[in-house]
Design a protein around this ligand. Structure first.
Ligand code: ZN
Ligand code: MN
Length: 471
């Protein structure tokens, strides 16, 4: 019997605001433990929280980017539980009236993963385990988070991977979070169930909490899928459980009692008024957002003739696409400009982060100038590539490497002269060619390219050489 997988994802993303959600403490990562705390984020009696408007704005941006409806009135609630990383003994979160709801994220196949809601909430502190001791760092208490809750729309691990990758790109693109999984600013809970093929009703689900890498999430889903299939095959019943993924054994294991206690005794937060957003405010947030990667991708392919593979690379990184947007207006062949960026500029970067930072020494104007030289036919595409490589190292303009004379187009007469000179000076290659060695022509072509400083067009030159040798 074969079994179908169904999964849903809850993604926590830390918002990149300067200060925390309810106080003015810095929300930055990596400071000395317990140096970014105050009576408000520590929940001392008599203190009052007030909502960080920038965090609300970022959460709305996330909602708009994921095609959500935005609530004009949303409310905060208290989720009560005791745990050492939570000095207030409750988390301020949202429940039935979240900031954003009813959205979706579209995968490359066109399949839409529905977003149930996006809620605004605060992060807890962090426990640090050292040998037999546990330390607690409260710096993270009160850092703003959004929790993006999907519907159980995933039918495979590949879909979940794609969703996360895309979500990460979008959130970084709109600039609301760095989504650094290794620093915990993007974390996932995944719920998994299986059912026999043909069965309509979803199986009992288990939830695996708090993973901070895509590969762990994939392994956990894989493990859970097999575990549940095995239980069903043997005629057993899957128990509803909260699990964690153990990296060492690559297995899911039931969690400590904290997370088993589902009685959080939610009640509405008495210290905070509802978050109210006018249509004008939502409108303004929307106006200030950049065009999203999907839309850019379409426009690059449909309006600028860029190949899908290149358009995907260009639209995925905000700074790259902004660079390209400046270039594409000034040149005749945006697709050549695109391929130069991907083949030469991306080649100098080793990591995804470097591509994203797109820290290069040349300006879009300098890049445009080089592309235009190629368009006028003065320099070959090969010369443009090697020149670009030099420009990227020095930060100098193309004119530093290509003189006016070089940039002039080679006339047919000039090409003729170069080809004849080549044939005179390379007698052995010529006789090889005449004796049937087709490859010898490559040597001749290479010589013409050298004499012309790369200006000769290879296809045209080959024709020309053959023509002269035929006579
Ligand atoms: Zn504080
Ligand atoms: Mn949460």
């Amino acid at each position: 019997m074969s079994f179908l997988l169904t999964a849903g994802l809850e993604t926590h993303i830390e918002l990149g605001t300067e200060s925390k959600l309810f106080c003015s403490c810095s929300a930055s990562f990596g400071a000395k433990p317990n140096t970014l705390c105050c009576p408000v984020c520590m929940g001392h009696p008599g203190t009052l929280p007030s909502v960080n408007r920038q965090a609300v704005c970022y959460a709305v941006m996330a909602g708009l980017a994921l095609n959500c409806k935005i609530s004009s009135v949303s409310r905060m609630v208290r989720k009560n539980y005791f745990y050492p990383d939570l000095p207030k003994a409750y988390q301020i979160s949202q429940l039935s009236e979240p900031l954003c709801y009813d959205g979706y994220l579209e995968l490359a196949s066109g399949k839409r993963i529905r977003i149930n809601r996006i809620q605004l909430e605060e992060d807890a502190g962090k426990l640090i385990h050292k040998e037999n001791e546990i330390y607690v760092d409260y710096n993270r208490c009160g850092v703003p988070l959004i929790e993006i809750v999907s519907e159980p729309d995933f039918e495979s691990i590949a879909q979940a991977r794609e969703y996360i990758e895309k979500l990460r790109i979008i959130m970084r693109y709109i600039g609301i979070s760095d989504c650094r999984m290794q620093e915990g600013s993007m974390r996932f809970d995944v719920n998994v169930s299986v059912r026999a093929e043909g069965e309509e009703k979803l199986g009992t689900r288990t939830e695996i909490k708090n993973m901070n890498s895509v590969s762990n999430m994939a392994k956990a889903m894989e493990y859970e899928y097999s575990r549940q299939c095995k239980i069903l095959q043997e005629g057993g019943r899957v128990e509803q459980l909260t699990l964690r993924f153990d990296e060492a054994t690559a297995a899911t294991i039931p969690m400590r009692s904290k997370e088993d206690a589902h009685d959080y005794k939610f009640f509405s937060e008495p210290d905070l008024p509802p978050i109210v957003l006018s249509d004008e405010e939502i409108e303004e947030i929307s106006r200030n957002m950049p065009m999203l990667p999907d839309k850019k991708f379409r426009s690059y392919v449909d309006n600028f003739g860029i190949s899908k593979a290149d358009a995907d690379q260009l639209s995925k990184y905000r700074r790259v696409s902004e660079f390209f947007d400046k270039v594409k207006e000034g040149v005749q062949s945006p697709s050549f400009a695109a391929s130069l960026i991907i083949s030469r500029i991306f080649a100098i970067f080793e990591t995804e982060n470097e591509k994203e930072d797109f820290n290069i020494k040349i300006t879009p104007e300098q890049f445009c100038e080089l592309v235009k030289m190629t368009e006028r036919g003065g320099i070959s595409k090969n010369l443009a590539k090697t020149t670009l490589d030099k420009m990227l190292i020095s930060g100098k303009s193309a004119s530093a490497y290509i003189s006016e004379e070089d940039a002039k187009k080679l006339t047919e007469e000039e090409l003729n002269v170069l080809c004849k000179r080549t044939i005179e000076e390379n007698t052995s290659a010529v006789s090889d060619y005449k004796n049937g060695k087709e490859k010898a022509l490559m040597a001749l072509l290479g010589a013409v390219m050298r004499y012309s400083k790369g200006k000769a067009d290879p296809v045209f030159t080959t024709e020309k050489l053959k023509e002269i040798l035929r006579d």
